[in-house]
Design a protein around this ligand. Structure first.
Ligand code: KG4
Ligand code: ZN
Length: 340
């Protein structure tokens, strides 16, 4: 079986051709980072328009690189949830159009489940059942993943996602977008103990939730002082920037690792799979490895190349196709998180 997978949930336009043996025949990702850079975050309208311009060339390139013809595809799969409404629509319309024109089945992809499936593709091993921790620009969620189709929501952020916090803190510190790589780079020279930033819910053993908006505010006050909305007259030294970046990163990592450990403990599922853009963070990866060692559970972290948005992880659609889960043309986008 060969399928084409499409990804346009946020600001990457991506297509991949994958087989039921999880062979990747091609993978193309067109990033929009340059378009959103000056806003220090994704602007939904700009993202949607850029997807419209890129989706067909990206699909063409993915098909060409795969060496396969559209007629040879067994299905077309598309991420229809969660994400930005306008961005999701572009991928969905492209996928439906191909399905109608080629008379092929349409398969839906949950983008968050796909982030976890990146671990399955990379490891070549069975990963289910597992606890899934998705940490990205838009989401920070924990799931009990029974199999590739049945995921139960355990908890997640009640406000901002971890990646969003990295992006906004980078902006406050005068670092480039996307903020995650920039913050983690300067954090290497900083002292993670320099500032004691809040770790919301970390001590609450009844909750598997996150909250990062208070942490963002704490960083803001540390830089500018309470009640001072602008940073224009604030000049931080390189060391001060590094110390704030390192202390902020430490707080985020403490929360993500702590709740990952708690989810493993609470469910008794002794395998943790981690995906999403923030999973590219070196500090987080090291701390997760230590936690897995200390608590004796199995750990899979998506390889860096499959952490940020891509269409290869959409190979999870093969599992739905095998289970006969085909969509009709009424399939719609679901921008919000489905807590099921
Ligand atoms: O999964 P992703 O590509 O997009 C969403 O689905 O949101 O994640 C993008 C996020 C951005 O917020 C970016 O700053 C963050 O992942 N990120 C990182 C790192 N690399 C990317 N955060 C922390 N450390 C990194 N090394
Ligand atoms: Zn994502």
């Amino acid at each position: 079986m060969i399928i084409l997978t499409l990804e346009s949930t946020c600001d990457e336009t991506a297509a991949a051709v994958v087989t039921d043996q999880l062979e990747v025949l091609s993978s193309v990702v067109a990033s929009q980072d340059k378009l959103h850079e000056r806003f220090h975050g994704v602007v939904p309208e700009i993202a949607a328009r850029a997807h419209v311009e890129r989706i067909l060339p990206v699909i063409d390139e993915a098909m060409l690189k795969s060496g396969k013809k559209l007629e040879e595809l067994d299905a077309i799969a598309v991420a229809n949830t969660p994400g930005l409404a306008g961005s999701l629509l572009v991928g969905l319309v492209a996928a439906k159009t191909l399905c109608v024109a080629l008379n092929k089945p349409l398969v839906a992809i949950n983008h968050l489940y796909a982030h976890i499936y990146a671990c399955r593709i990379a490891s070549g091993e069975e990963i289910f059942p597992c606890i899934g921790l998705i940490v990205s620009g838009g989401h920070s969620s924990l799931y009990h993943c029974h199999d590739p189709i049945q995921f139960d929501y355990l908890g997640g952020t009640i406000d901002d996602a971890a990646g969003e916090a990295f992006d906004k803190v980078a902006s406050m510190l005068g670092l480039p977008y996307p903020g995650g790589p920039a913050v983690s780079k300067v954090a290497l020279k900083g002292n993670p103990m320099a500032h004691r930033f809040p770790r919301s819910f970390l001590k609450d053993k009844d909750r598997l939730d996150f909250s990062f908006s208070g942490l963002k505010t704490a960083v803001r006050y540390e830089i500018a002082g309470p009640g001072r909305p602008d940073f224009e007259n604030v000049k931080l030294s390189e060391q001060q920037i590094a110390d704030i970046a390192a202390s902020f990163q430490e707080a985020v990592v403490d929360c993500l690792v702590g709740k990952g450990q708690l989810a493993v403990k609470r469910t008794g599922v002794r395998r943790l799979c981690v995906g999403g853009g923030v999973a590219a963070n070196r500090n987080l990866r090291e701390r997760l490895e230590k936690a897995a060692n200390d608590d004796s559970f199995q750990l899979h972290i998506a390889p860096i190349s499959l952490c940020t948005d891509n269409a290869v992880m959409g190979a999870i659609a093969i599992e739905r196709l095998k289970a006969g889960l085909i969509e009709n043309l009424e399939l719609d986008v679901v921008p919000g998180l489905i807590r099921q």
